[in-house]
Write a protein that binds this ligand. Structure first.
Ligand SMILES: *Cc1c(COP(=O)(O)O)cnc(C)c1O
Length: 378
């Protein structure tokens, strides 16, 4: 049996939407992009969202818009995709890592507090796997030290915790619409914010620092535009927006389908020897982007190989960034500096999770994991 790690759920509605957009005049950031920005901000309960080429560009430009200067320190987690930390360097800052909570893998507010120095300007938490960080604690910490908070919400469009969603405590939240994300257009991203000034700054930064949006340059009466700061080219364009728009009304229905699969995995894998599952904090809403288990440390790679041998697609999200060659060499990290993230990084394995994953394929995945771990006790 073959079980794919991920399949998108795009269908006829998205095809029709793209086709309609292809018949329009300007395929760049024009009407459909603005329509998506408004609908997405509404969905999140935030005043503004700015469509970007990727979450990476949202992170880099968001950090720049929040004023990161060369040498400024931004505190983040080692348990994330490299884009998070790379963006800090790309924006001219210095990534400072703080360890994660053992139960959830989320950035630990106590470790963040211990990492604050006079050079710290901001915190970049990641809502890992789709579960939100403790934004109440991080928000208070940020206020106390006068720091900004930019949230990496690449896994977490639908998440909530303590009554808040992404971007409602932080200064901005960055989203990814990459091929495997819950809301996807192959490539794409957005920054949503409660600050209108930040959205306006992003609109400029995504388009070379020009004072007029690219779409407006070609419509109606020609007007000279000016360049007021150094920006980049990172706007969303209308074909991406056309793919995303029909998905918004279905986000919660799709989340419910992934939630059911996760509950099935959880029920079937609880109590398997040596296996731990990340804790879901009660009272919140987990966006269920990834279903991750933590295998016994020496068995993660053999279990991964066995799953692959049995036709199951898997991923590792993630090995701790601080152990990757570039970060190790550039910052001189030694093994043991971030023990919790390192341990999770050595144990973690993500199972197939997508809307429509057939029940018998879920059973196959569960059987392979159980059989392997029962045959290889600790
Ligand atoms: C996917 C991802 C990103 C990068 O998103 P892109 O849209 O591919 O740039 C950033 N952070 C995390 C946690 C991600 O999973």
């Amino acid at each position: 049996m073959q079980v794919e790690f991920y399949r998108h759920a795009l269908g006829e509605e998205e095809i029709a939407s793209v086709t309609r957009t292809l018949r329009s005049t300007f395929l760049t950031a024009a009407g459909r992009t603005r329509q998506f920005e408004e609908a997405f901000a509404d969905w999140l309960g935030l005043p503004r969202a700015v469509g970007l080429y990727s979450c990476t560009s949202a992170l880099v430009l968001g950090l720049r818009a929040l004023g990161v200067q060369p040498g400024d320190e931004v505190i983040t987690t080692p348990m994330t995709f490299i884009a998070t930390a790379n963006a800090i360097i790309e924006a001219g800052g210095v990534p400072v890592f703080a360890d994660v909570e053992p139960a959830t893998g989320l950035l630990d507010p106590a470790a963040v507090a211990a990492a604050v120095t006079p050079r710290t300007v901001g915190i970049l938490p990641v809502h890992l796997y789709g579960q939100m960080c403790d934004m109440v604690a991080l928000g208070e910490l940020a206020r106390r030290h006068g720091l900004f908070v930019l949230e990496d919400a690449a896994h977490c469009v639908e998440g909530q915790r303590d009554g808040v969603g992404p971007g409602q405590v932080g200064d901005g939240a960055c989203f990814s619409f990459y091929a495997t994300k819950n809301l996807c257009s192959g490539e794409g991203g957005a920054l949503a914010t409660r600050h209108p000034w930040l959205a306006e700054r992003l609109l400029r930064l995504r388009s070379h620092g020009m004072d007029k949006a690219a779409g407006d340059r070609h419509s109606g009466q020609y007007r000279h535009w000016d360049m007021v700061e150094l920006g980049y080219k990172a706007n969303m364009f209308d074909i991406q927006a056309a793919l995303l728009l029909p998905q918004l009304p279905r986000l919660l229905e799709r989340l419910a389908a992934r939630e059911a699969i996760c509950r099935h995995y959880e029920a079937a894998l609880t109590g398997v020897p040596g296996l731990a599952l990340p804790v879901t904090v009660p009272g919140g809403r987990h966006a269920r982007h990834l279903f991750t288990l933590w295998a016994p440390r020496p068995l993660r790679d053999p279990l991964l190989a066995e799953l692959n041998r049995q036709g199951v697609g898997c991923a590792v999200n993630y090995r701790a960034i601080t152990g990757l060659t570039y970060y190790r060499e550039r910052f001189g990290f030694i093994h043991g500096r971030f023990p919790v993230a390192e341990e999770i990084g050595d144990r973690t394995l993500s199972l197939p999770l997508w809307v429509g994953l057939p029940r018998e394929q879920q059973e196959h995945v569960i059987r392979v994991v159980r059989n392997f771990l029962e045959a290889h006790p600790g």
